[in-house]
Design a protein around this ligand. Sequence first.
Ligand SMILES: [Zn+2]
Length: 121
Amino acid sequence: MTYTREQILHTAKLLQPQLAKLPDLNLELQTLISQAEKGQPVEDDILSLLASNDRLREEALKLLSTDEKNGTKSASLPGNSAPIDCTPSYKCVECDQALESPQVGIKPKCPDHPKAQVKAI
Ligand SMILES: [Zn+2]
């Protein structure tokens, strides 16, 4: 199983506060994070540091697998560009004629009473 640099860095940052009681690990992780942010390839070092503590390893795996699930989920979802098919309908208050909204958010006009109010049905 491989993780992206972003995933590892993100996880490391989330876990860092939990290292408050482990000053040695905390300092080491902080150093690795800043090295990673400078573009140094320290992902493996971060992973082995996290794996050196049972609790941290568990948390890290949880966070990394959550990230992975989210990634898969958003990748498989169709875009939000699908048309909304619940176009609101209106009617003319003068003649009760049903009118289709030309576009969501725009009120239609009655062809016979262009100045009349239209009501949402
Ligand atoms: Zn009308």
